[in-house]
Design a protein around this ligand. Structure first.
Ligand SMILES: C[S@@+](CC[C@H](N)C(=O)[O-])C[C@H]1O[C@@H](n2cnc3c(N)ncnc32)[C@H](O)[C@@H]1O
Length: 477
């Protein structure tokens, strides 16, 4: 019996409860094997593209049976003297096997600790000629025999990536999206209809494969409630919906199932907060749990923050406390229009005479543009100069071909004043195919703030051309 075959047989793990059907043949040409002298290794080289594919029996599984993923595969290995092991691994780092939860260095059972077996990636190494010039040179310099060993390896559920598990389980030919967004310990998914029969298995796999995720939820409806939160179903893990999240260095806590939170807005929160300075005043009309209000207060602004959702209001207050800015943020739980026509109206006259800049943030993209009419004729006594008029940051969704023009037109109509050439428009993000989130920034015109409603004239604005409509996703928030 050849030395190699003997080695395979002695080093192979013995497993009683799995079918050897998935056992792979030799992955390198018989000619390149060290001392191939029998038919056992005279197998033609075929590079197996799906070497790590789980056994076919797992297809259609709806309740996770981890054992069913266990199989044995054969991988190439190098016998490396223990003294140069670390150097060899460093030199071969592109060629060694890299699987989740798998060790690539094994004791060589035939030696007394003088050698180790370094497992190689069968996708990269099929014969010794697969080594790059630099790798081959390193092996020579460390006196490592360029002979490939064959090693039988137990591949388990723990060694598979989530996509590999889900691709093997879900129906062939159907989309396997294992994507999710993460909010603290919660992974939230947006499963399609064909994935629903597998929802609990998918949840379990996502939890197993992502350290720190202890709860997986599926959004069960398109966001449509006033408070912009989703209905959610727990697919796997604990039913604890209170998330702790750090955004731009600030901690937030909130019940993710009852308030609005979107980690994809962190850059936008930072962009706007950076435009505020110590001593400025910020009115946050749709504040949520505080991702504009809290950091603005931390950088020295005086903040007036409002949200209609009593849960958001509660967590907003909590976040002000844990970030020690409760003395800088006044919180309100009312409709945005009432907030503008109440606390904002009350504070503005004194602030307009002051030095600090005034900012009004309106992040409710589905509706905020329509709230701008609340500023029409808000104040009666025009100040002597208009240097310190508030800057408004108003968000809007657009499905038009020219979203910039669209949001400016809508803001102008709502204000009753043409904003064209008097504002800037910032593209925030694409929320769905053909649907963009935009931010219109402008100085609130004194003609709007101090007009009487009778004086209002509708601005003449051309409607923006329509874009071809298509399906929205639940990301359309
Ligand atoms: C898109 S979220 C934005 C929250 C926060 N500003 C952020 O950036 O994460 C809009 C918020 O407006 C609140 N809201 C919805 N309708 C409102 C209204 N009529 N008046 C005040 N707040 C409202 C919702 O509860 C939600 O927290």
């Amino acid at each position: 019996m050849s030395r190699l075959l003997r080695r395979v047989l002695t080093s192979a793990h013995t497993h009683r409860n799995f079918k050897p059907a998935a056992l792979h043949r030799s992955l390198w040409p018989a000619a390149s094997l060290p001392d191939s002298d029998g038919p056992a290794f005279a197998v033609k080289l075929t590079m197996e593209p799906k070497l790590y594919q789980p056994p076919p029996g797992v297809r259609g599984m709806t309740s996770l049976d981890k054992e069913a993923f266990t199989q044995t595969i054969t991988v190439p290995a190098l016998r490396v003297p223990t003294g140069v092991l670390n150097k060899v691994i460093k030199s071969l780092r592109k060629s060694t096997i890299q699987r989740p939860g798998m060790t690539r260095v094994l004791h060589d059972t035939e030696d007394n600790g003088e050698f180790r077996l370094v497992l190689l990636d069968p996708h990269r190494v099929s014969s010794t000629s697969s080594f790059s010039e630099a790798e081959a040179e390193a092996l020579r310099s460390f006196d490592v025999a360029e002979e490939l060993q064959s090693h039988e390896l137990l591949l388990t559920y723990d060694n598979l990536k989530s996509e590999e598990v889900l691709e093997a389980v879900l129906p062939l030919g159907q989309d396997v999206t294992s994507g999710f967004s993460r909010v603290g310990h919660i992974a939230h998914m947006n499963l399609r209809d064909h994935q629903l029969p597998y929802k609990n298995l998918i949840g379990q796999v996502i939890m197993d494969k992502n350290p720190g995720v202890t709860c997986v939820v599926n959004k069960t409806n398109i966001i449509d409630s006033t408070y912009r939160n989703f209905k959610m179903e727990v697919l796997a893990g604990e039913e604890n919906m209170v998330a702790k999240v750090k955004e731009n260095g600030v901690m937030y806590e909130f019940d993710f199932s009852r308030v609005y939170w979107n980690s994809r807005l962190s850059t936008e929160h930072q962009r706007v907060v950076q435009l505020t300075k110590r001593g400025d005043t910020v009115f946050d009309v749709f504040a949520g749990v505080g991702p504009f209000a809290v950091p603005a207060a931390r950088s020295g602004a005086n903040v007036w923050a409002n949200d209609l959702n009593p849960e958001s209001y509660r967590w907003l207050q909590h976040n002000c406390k844990i970030n020690k800015v409760d003395g800088k943020v006044r919180t309100f739980n009312m409709d945005g229009r009432a907030f503008i026509q109440g606390p904002v109206k009350q504070e503005l006259p004194a602030l307009l005479k002051g030095k600090g800049s005034i900012h009004v943030v309106m992040n409710l993209p589905a509706l905020a543009l329509e709230f701008l009419d609340a500023f029409r004729g808000l104040l009666h006594h025009e100040p002597p100069c208009d240097e310190n008029l508030p800057t408004v940051y108003c968000y809007g969704f657009s499905k038009e071909d020219s979203p910039d023009t669209d949001v400016v037109n809508r803001a102008s109509r709502s204000l009753g004043f043409p904003l064209e050439n008097r504002c800037s428009v910032h593209f925030v993000r694409n929320v769905a195919p053909n649907k963009d989130m935009m931010c219109v920034r402008f100085t609130l015109p004194k003609e709007v703030l101090f007009s009487s409603n009778d004086e209002q004239t509708e601005p003449s604005v051309e409607p923006a051309p329509k874009r071809q409509k298509c399906m929205e996703t639940t990301d359309s928030i």
